[in-house]
Design a protein around this ligand. Structure first.
Ligand SMILES: NC(=O)c1ccc[n+]([C@@H]2O[C@H](COP(=O)([O-])OP(=O)(O)OC[C@H]3O[C@@H](n4cnc5c(N)ncnc54)[C@H](OP(=O)(O)O)[C@@H]3O)[C@@H](O)[C@H]2O)c1
Length: 177
């Protein structure tokens, strides 16, 4: 593939990205106790494309226009159900293969991969280059996981780890090729 996938995501120490009902209050409150924007602006400035799962897309819509930080990016939503013309700001794709082909055809290079299911699909397909994992100091016991089953181990190289304040730790891993 001619593009690289980058994950930038917040997790509980026990590996969840949201409660089962999608609640993120446990994450946002602790993230706000950390320093600045946790590098989000620098990260988003470095990508030309945002790919998210339908569940993440629908959650972002509930945050209102201020949370739509993607202007100027190509935005793709993976969904088997969302109507193709649901939102003029996004393109909807029915499968990862179709999406990947479209990104290649458009000449896009740097892709922000967001949403648990979508991150797992990109990892399984070998389409992730690096992961920035921001871990907040809480165990929530259950919820929507970041990681899941794999066909084979994925080896990682730790590039950095930083104490962001408020008990928040941010680690950057590259996928070993
Ligand atoms: N902690 C964080 O930093 C963070 C970051 C992002 C999201 N979140 C939260 O995580 C939750 C969503 O995560 P999630 O894992 O449940 O879902 P998700 O990955 O955002 O979306 C899942 C949906 O995407 C579609 N999809 C995924 N893979 C597909 C594929 N290969 N082909 C076609 N469609 C595909 C399916 O939509 P259809 O059912 O329409 O087919 C699936 O139901 C939300 O609550 C969100 O707020 C948290």
């Amino acid at each position: 593939m001619s593009f690289d996938g980058h994950v930038f995501i917040g997790v509980s120490l026990d590996g969840f990205i949201a409660r089962a009902d999608g609640d993120l209050d446990w994450l946002n409150a602790r993230g706000e106790a950390a320093e600045g924007d946790l590098g989000y602006q620098a990260f988003i400035d470095g990508v030309d494309t945002v790919v998210m799962g339908r569940a993440t897309y629908e959650k972002v819509l509930t945050f209102g226009q201020d949370a739509w930080t993607y202007d100027g990016k190509h935005i793709a939503v993976l969904s088997t159900r969302l109507p193709a013309d649901a939102d003029p700001r996004v393109t909807v794709h029915r499968s990862l293969d179709e999406l990947a082909g479209d990104l290649e055809a458009r000449g896009l290079k740097h892709v922000y991969v967001d949403g648990g299911q979508v991150v797992r699909a990109f990892l399984r397909a070998g389409l992730v280059t690096d992961l920035t994992i921001t871990t907040v100091p809480v165990l929530i016991g259950s919820g929507l996981p970041l990681f899941g089953e794999l066909d084979a181990d994925i080896d990682l190289t730790l590039r950095s780890t930083a104490d962001m304040g408020g008990g928040v730790v941010q680690s950057v891993y590259e996928i070993k090729r």
